[in-house]
Design a protein around this ligand. Structure first.
Ligand code: MD3
Ligand code: FE
Length: 200
């Protein structure tokens, strides 16, 4: 594993997972999932997204960026729920709260290609990921595209913290193992990533 990457399998118990999904149902009603498209080509992502927090990550033909409002409703993103802020304070090791929580929804066939998260001004802050629902095959590489990679299965309730050198490493989701969880009504997977965007 990359230095700075910390893995907390089963950090959220079944009850905490159910409560979080319940909270997310409310926030997704306020800020609906949208289908981002790739810059320039306009090719749609297979993952649908929304955000919570004062800033949200979006991708469209113009590029990747953080913005304070939903691209379709033009309304501010809902607040990051207290339970997620508490989790960040408990495990991030970072002394300022996150500004963005990207919500990724994967159905059975969705995946995410290898990429680096580099749209944040503060890359000294870690990124914290929470997995809910079906298990994902997560791929982690090094700081260079084309380097060695390894895979890790991320199950419902697992938490990953990418700090230190791991923060700028290539990573992606190869596939979702359908039917591995009953947490979500119609299967699929939700990944939450808490991020600090601006330098405090
Ligand atoms: C390693 N999400 O939203 S979470 C993303 O499961 C993203 O939806 C994946 O990659 C998902 O950008 C992977 C684990 C993760 C998140 C951020 C990282 C791993 C990371 C940042 C740096 C290194
Ligand atoms: Fe990422």
């Amino acid at each position: 594993m990359q230095p700075g990457l910390r893995y907390y399998p089963g950090r959220l118990d079944a009850d905490a997972q159910r409560q979080l999904v319940e909270t997310l149902r409310g926030t997704v009603a306020e800020a609906p999932l949208f289908t981002p498209v790739m810059p320039r080509t306009g090719r749609p992502f297979t993952v649908r997204m929304t955000n919570l927090g004062v800033l949200g990550w979006v991708s469209d033909r113009e590029g990747y960026r953080y913005q304070p409002t939903h691209p379709e409703t033009a309304r501010p993103w809902p607040a990051i729920p207290g339970a997620l802020l508490e989790l960040w304070r408990a495990v991030s090791g970072y002394h300022h709260d996150p500004e963005a929580c990207l919500v990724n929804f994967y159905n059975g066939g969705a995946k995410m290609g290898l990429h680096r998260d580099e749209d944040e001004d503060d890359v000294s802050a870690p990124v914290l990921s929470v997995s809910l629902g079906d298990t994902a095959v997560f791929r982690m590489g090094g700081p260079e595209r084309g380097g060695k990679t390894e895979t890790l299965k991320l199950a419902s309730g697992d938490v990953l913290v990418m700090g230190g050198a791991s923060r700028l490493c290539y990573h992606g989701i190869d596939r979702i193992l359908q039917g591995t969880s009953t947490l979500l009504k119609d299967s699929g997977r939700i990944n939450l990533t808490l991020r600090r965007v601006t330098r405090p």
